[in-house]
Design a protein around this ligand. Structure first.
Ligand code: UT7
Length: 323
């Protein structure tokens, strides 16, 4: 038995924050942001929570799979910006979708979360624990941004992407690779909401608890790891690099994406880029990029897609699947 992506959906809030807008907030320029990252604008949620955005993306995914809410056996939501610590945003999402008795839980593997979630869902299906699992990547990163830090506030955005993973007799997911190295935990953090931060609540300093990243240290590891694990997924699948039709990378930096595409020997038109319009939405970058590519008709049934991500933890992961 295999698992296969049978439906996709995505949602972004309406408010657009451009590089020109950021020039008014911190000492930066459109030229610096564009040349160093490839990002031109991003979306910011004004009043929608992570589970609100996940709900809108999920409705589309369930609909495009030709299913109804009652057909969903489980919900896995990848996020590092859940609505609350308890309950999980997956439970809130399940309630919004009016699902009666699914299992539902969040996964936090930062930007690698959606691929990790697909890995878990694939195993659940292969173990008979559900036929249709809703797998979501959703983030409200604007809630943890330090708007005084030009190193990071220009990178992030909000949004949600969803996919339905279904049991199938034909190959969908062909290989999954997942890795982590907590040695590098300190170079990409957000302490707010964690028990250590709350335990010391009398001394809580909001700035020290917001999103923090040593960008150039992360960059060096990301360039190497994302390219390596993307190639590993293809090799593990038994197919060859020539069989790859499209590459959906995590959308953190166009320079990291170019390096990985080079290792995969892929021409530019085979690489899906959405970060110019949406920035880095962490766990939401891959499912939103997949949905946008499906809706535009670029990625079609039968296409072989490799996807790779890298993020806080540090974590990195890849997947090779046939649509
Ligand atoms: O998604 C999770 C994983 N995250 C990633 O994969 C992100 C990986 N890192 C990156 O993408 C890049 O490291 C960044 C885009 C974050 C930064 O680019 P960089 O080329 O590595 O720049 P840098 O951090 O080495 O900074 C170079 C200079 C510094 O100035 P000095 O010290 O050389 O005078 C920074 O202060 O650029 C300065 N700088 C800025 N200047 C204008 C940093 N941010 C800005 C800014 N505008 N927004």
């Amino acid at each position: 038995m295999y698992s296969k992506i049978t439906g996709t959906g995505s949602y972004f809030p309406d408010k657009v924050l451009t590089n020109a807008d950021l020039e008014k907030i911190v000492d930066t320029s459109d030229e610096w942001i564009t040349s160093r990252t490839g990002i031109k604008e991003r979306r910011i949620s004004e009043n929608e929570t992570t589970s609100d955005m996940a709900f809108k993306a999920s409705l589309e995914a369930i609909n495009s799979a030709g299913l109804e809410s009652k057909d969903i056996d489980g919900v896995i939501l990848a996020t590092c910006t859940p609505d609350y610590l308890i309950p999980s945003s997956a439970c809130l999402l399940a309630a919004k979708l009016n699902l009666k008795t699914p299992y539902a839980f969040d996964i936090n593997a930062a930007c690698s979360g959606f691929i990790y979630a697909l890995g878990v869902a694939d195993s659940l299906i292969k173990n008979g624990l559900g036929k249709n699992i809703l797998v979501v990547g959703a983030e409200r990163l604007s809630s943890i941004i330090d708007w005084t830090d030009r190193n990071t506030c220009i990178l992030l955005g909000d949004g949600a992407g969803a996919a339905v993973l279904s049991a199938s007799s034909e190959p969908g997911i062909r290989s999954i690779c997942m890795q982590a190295d907590g040695e590098y935990a300190e170079i990409l953090t957000c302490r707010a909401g964690g028990s250590n931060a709350l335990y010391d609540r009398d001394n809580f300093n909001i700035k020290e608890n917001l999103f923090f990243m040593k960008g150039n240290e992360v960059f060096k590891i990301a360039v190497r790891s994302m390219a390596e694990i993307a190639v590993e997924a293809v090799e593990k699948s038994g197919l060859a690099l020539e069989d790859v039709d499209y590459f959906i990378p995590h959308q953190a930096n166009v320079r990291i994406i170019d390096a990985a595409a080079k290792r995969l020997k892929l021409e530019h038109d085979k690489v899906i880029i959405t970060l110019d319009k949406f920035g880095n939405t962490s766990a939401a970058t891959i499912p939103t990029a997949l949905d946008i590519s499906v809706k535009s008709g670029k990625i079609k049934k039968g296409d072989n897609v490799v996807s790779a991500a890298f993020g806080g933890g540090l974590t990195w992961a890849s997947i090779f699947f046939t649509m």
